[in-house]
Write a new protein. Structure first.
Lengths: 130, 138
């Protein structure tokens, strides 16, 4: 096989790899699905994550073992309001955002990708549901 | 007729690339059908999100069996409760949806989508007016 032919063949094979690779989903970096009752602390925000992805969502807070934890909940439709209490199903993803709220300046907050959210019934306490 | 060898190679690459790309997104879409349906709007003008893109339209139930569809339309002039005869293409897609009535949000929801080419409100002066701006009489 001539040198030019080998180079052309290699280029074609590399070219074919691109569409095949692009069909693959992103590497799995998601945790298990968890359910929380939480409170939305801020209005909707657009924010860049540690890994460079731009997400939209809200800063939220839930209670676990008498401690309050803050998370950034990522949703694609932003119709909830600051102060609203939600029951959500979602997954922690291996990413975080830096956000200032109250006494915490530029605090690192984990990101939760929301699969389902609904208004929480008024009597529910904040926190993971067991 | 003989095909020139220098044209065969690009043609073969093109076919292979087309097949490769056609495998992408097979999970979210299951093909399109075309036709006309009678729909009762179940919402005012709203939006869903497909692959991070906002898709405006209405939620509707098919008259008869009540099957739920999202009608893709830019026209905001219709109201919840209107009954329309719509023509267009329909299929399924995975979308993020928000129900205004219950305030429930769901991502990755398999949704019936109807891309409206033409709509007529039943027994109204707007009969025949296209819902889809820029596409007429298709």
């Amino acid at each position: 096989m001539s040198r030019a032919r080998r180079i052309r063949l290699t280029a074609v094979l590399i070219g074919l790899l691109f569409p095949l690779v692009s069909c693959q989903p992103f590497p799995e970096r998601k945790g298990p699905v968890e359910e929380f009752d939480m409170n939305i602390l801020t209005n909707a925000k657009s924010i860049r994550t540690r890994l460079g992805e731009v997400l939209v969502g809200y800063l939220a807070e839930y209670e676990l073992n008498l401690q309050k934890h803050r998370i950034f909940i990522s949703l694609e439709i932003l119709k909830y309001r600051k102060g609203e209490r939600l029951t959500v199903k979602g997954r922690f993803i291996d990413d975080s955002v830096r956000i200032s709220y109250g006494d915490q300046i530029n605090a690192e907050v984990p990101v939760v990708h929301i699969l389902r959210a609904a208004p929480a019934s008024p009597e529910k306490k904040l926190g993971p549901r067991l | 007729m003989r095909t020139r060898p220098d044209l065969l190679k690009p043609l073969a690459y093109l076919i292979v690339l087309t097949v490769c790309f056609s495998q992408c997104g097979k999970e979210s879409g299951q093909g399109l059908s075309f036709g006309s349906k009678s729909m009762r709007l179940a919402s005012d003008h709203t939006e869903i999100v497909i692959d991070s893109a906002k898709v405006p339209g209405y939620w509707a139930g098919q008259v008869g069996d009540g099957e739920k569809f999202f009608l893709y339309s830019l026209d905001r002039s219709y109201k919840k409760g209107d009954v329309l005869t719509v023509e267009g293409a329909f299929g399924t897609a995975t979308a993020a949806v928000f129900d205004d009535a219950t305030r429930v949000y769901q991502s990755e929801q398999v949704t019936n989508i109807f891309v409206v080419w033409k709509a007529a409100r039943r027994g109204s002066e707007k009969d025949g007016q296209p819902l889809f701006r820029g596409v007429r009489g298709k």
